[in-house]
Every structure is written in C-alpha cells, then in structure tokens.
Design a protein around this ligand. Structure first.
Ligand code: UD1
Length: 429
C-alpha cells in the first residue's frame, strides 16, 4: 500500500501545467465506440480512471496505442458488444458511460454496476429513464445492468427530473446514432458535457445546444473517427488555485480555460486571494489574511461540488466564520472528521457545515475519504505545521496526474511512501 508523507509550511511558488479533464476523458473514451473507426484523443490525463476506461475498451476488442504521454489512438472498428466486467466497473463511477455508448452503436448493452466515490446514494434512475424513453428495456441481473431495443434507439423527448451530468452525457451517447431526433430538457451544462458533444460532432454527429438547458440530437448513422483534444481539467486547476491561496504562495497555472474557472475564481477573490487571468492560464497569489466566505454548491455555472472540500480547507484558516451548503450530494462532509484531527473547527448539520477559522492546522494521520477529499487533505497538510501522513491515496490517483511531481516542482515537501499494513501497525517500506 502507499501513502503520502507531507511536511507542511512551505508556500507553493512557481508554475504548474494542468492535464486534460478527467470527467470529459472518462466519457469521451467510451464515446469512441460510436465512431466505429480510428480516433486520436489528445490531452488525456495520466490517471487511473483513464487507465480503467482504456482497459474496458481493450477488453471489448478496441485496439489501443499510446502515441505520446498524452495522446492515444483508439480503433473501435472491430469492437464487440460484450458484457463489461464487474472487476473494472467497480473501480469507477463513469463506467456507466459504456451503457450509453454500447446501446447507441449496437442497440443493446450489458454493464456491471458502477463504483466510484462514496458521496451518499448515487442513483441512476435518470439514466435508465432516458434509455427507456428512447425504446430500451432495462433489467438488472447478477449485478449487471442490461439494456435492449427491438430496432435500435428511437426518437424521444426527455425531461430530466433532476439535473444530472451522467444522465445527460449517457443520453447524448445513446442518442447520437438514433433513428430520429432526441430532445433532452433540464440537462447539465458542465464544460465536460459540451466537450463530449463537441467530440461526437467532430465524428459527424448532429448535436446542438450542449451548454444550454435543451440539447437536440438528430440521430446520424455512420459516425467516423477523428482527432480531438480534451479540455483542461477545471477541478485539477481549482486544486492548485486553492493551494496557492491557502499557503500564501504565488502560482501560474497553465493550460486552463479561465471561463470554466470563474465560479472558483470568484470565491477565491472574496476569500482574499488575487487571481489574474490570461488566455490559457491564471496566476493566483495571496498576501493578506484569508477572509470568511459562504458557499453553496450547485450544477454549472454554480460553484462545483467537486471543489467543496478544497474550499473547506481554505476556510478552516479564515479570519472568521464561513458556511458551506452542499446541495448536490447528500453526504459530502466525510472529510470534516479528518480535518478536525488537524485542529479544524467545523460543525456539520446535514448538508450545512459551519467553519470557524483557526490560526493553525497541525499535522495528523488522516485518510483520503474520496478523490476530492483526498486532494483537500493534501492541501491541508501543505499548510499545516509538522509532518502529515495521508492513507487511502488510491482515491487521489483516480483523478490527479503526477501530483507528487507537480507539487514538488512548486516547492512542496511531499513523498509517496510504500508501507505494509499489519495488525494495525504501519511499517514504512
Ligand atoms: C459527475 C461527476 C462528479 C460530480 C457530479 C456533480 C463524473 C464522472 N463525475 O457525477 O465528479 O460531483 O457530476 O457535478 O463526471 N441523480 C439522481 N438520479 C440520477 C443521476 C443523478 O437523482 O439518475 C442525482 C445524484 O444523486 C446527485 C445529483 O443528481 O444528487 C447530481 O448527480 P450527477 O450530476 O449525475 O453526478 P455524476 O454524473 O454521477
């Protein structure tokens, strides 16, 4: 097993380059199935969720070749619509995109139940509702979700009951090659939803309205391969922005889309950080005190729930009281207990947490309770006095590429250490 060992107290200073968006990559990789040809995907992040998506494609018969550190050629011409195994699906939430992609190309799909971060109940009723309205029967047998149609995906007008990123993207995937037009209403508008639509349009699909409340898809047969570069990761960028603000550092964050960062930039500036925007970079620094800020998470363009724990760490050190309201997930304050070990003063009541700023965080043994909470623990450790050890870091590897190398280049003291867990004693190896 591995853990991070971090000596805190050094400001992050320098430059960091952001990778491709995890949440776009894990949808665009299954979407290559619809192309039924050769796609070259660039700006792929080097993270374990991408590795799992690629393994699923390979198991289904796609041929996959790395062209560079970030570019991959994927040929889905001879891909077979076989069941997608439980072992791989359990490792990430986004395995459910293979449902929409296989259904869209072959008219049927069988995919094991998805895994992913534990953020409370994570239903997929809206995905299944969309598939049903497009003519797909669904059943769950032996842990697999099975979808089948009589004559492929049919035209439909779907109104989602709740705004869901996953259901929106899955419906787009299923509808891209439909027999007719599919209209989706009350959809998610996240940048990665737009990126998936742009990728499919580059493959010859006819998808309009992504990024607005209504998406219209005219089903197109015979999509083809293409070359496509994935958008930069909004949350990885936000993580380094918080790191710069929290540690009182000064970081130029390259390969970002500043427009996608606006909700984060706004809260950081209110918290006393300075943010300067360039065409494809932002610089973040802080010299004065951290100010308290109230935050309510919401679907895009609201404040992203995936940044909630990271902003929480910053507000632990504010000069006053801040309130964070989590309105997307039912259980996303599990990291609070870990921060309390480090001396944070936080009270949680359901979906609301009250952060009383403290003058200092102190090192403690903590855990990454999920992907973003894990990144938040790293940031807390960077700002704390002493040496913090973080376990369960496989969650962090799902979504952050080269995090040790990137933070080290910014002056952090962070090491990845192997250890053997035996009878409650950690032996560092
Ligand atoms: C995606 C992101 C995740 C982010 C979340 C919200 C990926 C791989 N993951 O997750 O990092 O936190 O968006 O921005 O892109 N819901 C239902 N029924 C459904 C689907 C969702 O009730 O069928 C509810 C969920 O319980 C949740 C809310 O809708 O309360 C939003 O979920 P959704 O947008 O679907 O999140 P994911 O796509 O799973």
């Amino acid at each position: 097993m591995e853990k991070f060992v971090i000596r805190g107290g050094r400001p992050l200073v320098g430059e960091v380059t952001i990778g491709g968006a995890k949440n776009a990559a894990v949808a665009i990789l299954p979407a290559t199935i619809l192309a039924g040809g050769v796609c070259v995907i660039d700006n792929l992040p080097n993270i374990s969720d991408v590795a799992v998506s690629v393994r699923i494609l390979a198991e289904l018969g796609a041929s996959v070749r790395m062209l560079s550190k970030t570019a991959m050629e994927i040929d889905t011409t001879h891909l077979r619509p076989e069941p997608v195994s439980d072992e791989l699906c359990r490792q990430m939430r986004a395995s459910y995109y293979f449902l929409g992609a296989l259904l869209g190309r072959f008219g049927y799909a069988s995919v094991a139940m998805p895994g992913g971060c534990n953020l409370g109940t994570r239903p997929i009723d809206q995905h299944l509702k969309a598939f049903r309205e497009m003519g797909a029967e669904n059943s769950v047998e032996g842990g697999y979700i099975n979808l089948s149609t009589v004559n492929g995906v049919q035209e439909a007008h779907i109104f989602f009951d709740t705004v869901s990123v996953g259901a929106t993207i899955n419906a787009i995937l299923a509808a891209a090659c439909a027999n007719g037009t599919v209209v989706l209403e009350n959809v998610a508008k996240e940048p990665h939803v737009v990126d998936v639509a742009n990728f499919l349009n580059t493959c010859g699909a006819d998808i309009r309205g992504a990024g607005t409340d209504v998406i219209k898809i005219r089903g197109t047969k015979n999509l083809h391969g293409c070359e496509y570069s994935i958008i930069p990761d909004q949350i990885e960028a936000g993580t380094y922005m918080v790191g710069a603000a929290l540690t009182g550092g000064n970081v130029l964050i390259r390969n970002v889309t500043p427009k996608h960062l606006e909700p984060i930039t706004d809260k950081l500036e209110r918290a006393g950080a300075s943010v300067e925007e360039y065409d494809d970079a932002v610089r973040v620094w802080r010299s004065g005190e951290i100010q308290p800020v109230n935050i309510k998470t919401a679907p895009h363009p609201g404040f992203p729930t995936d940044m909630q724990s990271l902003m929480g760490v910053l507000l632990c050190r504010a000069a006053g009281t801040s309130i964070i309201t989590e309105s997307v997930w039912e259980s996303r304050f599990r990291y609070v207990e870990e921060l309390q070990r480090m001396g944070a003063n936080i009270q949680v009541n359901g979906k609301v947490a009250v952060f009383e700023g403290v003058p200092e965080l102190q090192a403690a043994p903590v855990r990454a309770t999920d992907l973003r909470a894990g990144a938040a623990m790293i940031m807390a450790a960077l700002a704390a006095s002493g040496v913090t050890e973080i376990e369960d870091i496989e969650h962090i590897d799902r979504g952050y590429e080269d995090i040790v190398e990137k933070l080290t280049a910014l002056g952090a003291d962070i090491r990845r250490v192997e250890f053997v867990q035996s009878a409650g004693i950690n032996q560092v190896g």
